[in-house]
Design a protein around this ligand. Structure first.
Ligand code: FUB
Ligand code: ZN
Length: 636
């Protein structure tokens, strides 16, 4: 249960944070100048997302609207809105406004908004909640409406999504057509919490609660709706064994048990992340101890046995989701970009709920590795799955038939401001080290904290405080779990040596011009996995700060399977100025097993070489070739 009188911890608004960071700013600029235009071209292709909203499709026409399409356009609007919060771009603004007009035009009289059910299957709305993604799309539309309002102050889309949310509230409420129902792909719950935060309308929070609490109760809603409907579900062609494996399919969308009773992360990973995010939000809003405990149990299950070192999650391709504990294959990893993004969402909410830095440690792991690998350096090609090893045949694609990951990536990077800081009535928490500034009000005074840093390539962060008058406040600095040594000084004097819940806590009266210097040790380190992770057995990974490294064939002029890192070799950090990143070099061996016959009793020849790494997020941006995160180790 939440204790004490502190106000709920919350992120700062986008307008209260600036990012001027050597690592992040160029990447965010690429989102603006390359990613969003490239995605817009895809969405505007003939017969695709923009066109579908014109409601012109008729049976027999090509390009039947897809059940997910509103979600793609919504995530794109959301990302573009965040960009528009900080950039004057009339062309982008006009495009966003046009998309919003199309959405408004596609909305039915009573507020309903889903092209597929309007033109392809009219009269069938809310009858296939298990498969048809209506509430998933609704959730993304609501998130877009809130973001657009927050970023631009315009209410057109917010009004559209409020009307839709009001309809959903009626239909899922007492006497409604979907009373007792909930969505087959969770998403709308966290969106409704955002809508509540933006409008202060209690009914949106209550609706989110109902959707969360209905889930997993018996009789199972999806099985009952199927009987009522009497026709196949949208995805029956994919899931032919549904009748035989009822419990497995309940686990797939986390409806096997009431959420408060769930103890293991199971099923489809994006669904799980979005649902756990909403659970953490509701636990926080309602001081709901049972929901908080459920979140903590599920979290422990995830980080103890189902989390990739890259922050990727969801090992299995077959269900885009979780396998059993320790089942973390590398080349066969699914690790969908959206799932790592979903983990960022959940981790942030857990940190806000508990005040514990350990959640941000995982957030950071996902953000700098398994999320960032989701896009090419030029911001126009994407990974859906993010394997930890490859023979060289894995490349990013420009787009996908189901295009969930690309705009999800864009909206996360474009809203990085939300993740750097949190505030409560005690002061400011610095969760991520990103150069720029945060402005917040505390005890009636305006405070600004600026950060200067080379992070993640350097562990020193110089901060400066400006305040309208001397003010007592707490500034909490996250000490990442990987930082084995650290120091924090105010105005040059070392102040704290211990952490509280993973934070160095600086409690004092702040005056303008006060400085904080944080030094985090950033030695490159070897990381070994639990022996039950088969893909990592006898292998080692390298991490420096938050960055997980891998080896690529292109840097080593040899297939990565032929390389081994010497156990004792010193790890040497080099900054690659041309690529703007650090790589690590260490002594190792190259083993040649190439012979003229398939099998031989001749021992392999080995030679001493230097093995060179690259950050995992940067892989597959140059010549094709093999890659691995888990490297073989040699004794010499
Ligand atoms: O079902 C919508 C999205 O498509 C999911 O979140 C992803 O896993 C992909 O299947
Ligand atoms: Zn995705």
């Amino acid at each position: 249960m939440l204790t004490g009188t502190a106000t709920r911890s919350r992120p700062l608004a986008i307008s209260d944070v600036t990012i001027a960071d050597a690592f992040w700013s160029p990447r965010r600029e690429i989102i603006h100048t390359s990613t969003l235009p490239q995605q817009e071209r895809q969405l505007r292709s003939p017969g695709q997302q923009f066109d579908a909203l014109r409601l012109a499709w008729r049976p027999g026409d090509p390009h039947e609207p897809h059940i997910f399409w509103e979600s793609d356009i919504a995530k794109w609007i959301e990302a573009a809105s965040y960009v528009l919060a900080g950039e004057h771009d009339p062309q982008l603004e006009a495009s966003v406004d046009e998309a919003i007009e199309l959405l408004a035009g596609a909305q039915e009289e009573d507020g309903y908004l889903n092209t597929y059910f309007t033109v392809v299957r009219p009269g069938e709305r809310f009858t296939d909640l298990q498969d048809a993604h209506e509430l998933y799309c609704a959730g993304h539309l609501i998130e877009a409406g809130v973001a657009h309002y927050e970023a631009t102050g315009k209410i057109a889309l917010l009004n559209v999504v409020r009307r839709y949310a009001d309809l959903i509230d009626r239909e899922f409420g007492p006497g409604g057509s979907a009373e007792g129902g909930y969505d087959g792909h969770q998403e709308v719950e966290l969106a409704l919490v955002k809508l509540y935060n933006a409008t202060n309308e209690d009914r949106y929070l209550r609706l989110a609660e109902r959707l969360i609490d209905n889930r997993g109760t018996q009789p199972f809603y999806f099985e009952a709706e199927r009987v009522r409907r009497g026709t196949p579900g949208y995805f029956d062609f994919l899931f032919e064994d549904r009748a035989r494996r009822a419990d497995w399919y309940r686990q797939y969308n986390q409806s096997h048990l009431p959420v408060r009773e769930q103890t293991e992360v199971v099923g489809h990973s994006v669904r799980a992340m979005y649902m756990y995010s909403a659970m953490a939000d509701l636990a926080s809003h309602n001081d709901d101890a049972a929901l908080r405990s459920a979140c903590e149990r599920l979290w422990n299950d995830l980080v103890d046995s189902k989390l990739y070192i890259t922050g990727g999650i969801g090992a299995l391709h077959s269900i885009e989701g979780f396998g059993p504990a320790y089942h973390l294959p590398d080349a066969d990893a699914y690790a969908e970009t959206c799932a790592a993004i979903g983990l960022v969402f959940w981790a942030q909410r857990m940190a806000l709920l508990t005040g514990e830095a350990k959640y941000v440690d995982v957030l950071e792991r996902a953000l700098y590795n398994g999320v960032l690998s989701g896009s090419s350096e030029d911001g126009t090609c994407y990974f859906y799955g993010n394997p930890l090893a490859s023979d060289g045949d894995v490349q990013r694609s420009e787009w996908f038939g189901v295009a969930c990951c690309p705009p999800n990536f864009a909206r996360l990077l474009a809203s990085l401001e939300h993740y750097v800081y949190a505030v409560d009535d005690r002061g400011l928490t610095v969760n991520l080290y990103v150069a720029g500034a945060a402005t917040f009000e505390h005890n009636g005074q305006d405070l600004t904290l600026t950060q200067q840093t080379r992070y993640p390539w350097g562990g020193r962060i110089d901060m400066n405080v400006e305040t309208s008058a001397d003010t007592e406040a707490t500034i909490r600095l996250r000490i990442p779990q990987w930082a084995t040594n650290w120091t924090a000084a105010v105005n040059g004097s070392q102040v704290v040596r211990e952490t509280q819940r993973g934070y160095a806590v600086l409690d004092r009266t702040w005056s303008s011009g006060d400085t904080i210097t944080l030094e985090l040790s950033m030695e490159p380190t070897r990381v070994w996995a639990d022996a039950r992770v088969a893909a990592a057995r006898g292998k080692v990974a390298i991490q420096r700060g938050p960055i997980v490294h891998c080896i690529e064939e292109t840097d080593n002029a040899a297939p990565v399977s032929a390389l081994a890192l010497s156990r004792e070799a010193q790890l040497r950090v080099m900054h690659d100025h041309a690529r703007g990143l650090d790589s690590i070099t260490a002594g190792g061996t190259l083993e040649s097993r190439m012979t003229d016959v398939l099998y031989t009793s001749r021992e392999p020849e080995t030679s001493a070489i230097d093995v060179r790494t690259t950050p995992y997020f940067s892989w597959a941006n140059r010549e094709r070739g093999s890659m691995t995160v888990w490297m073989r180790e040699s004794a010499t």
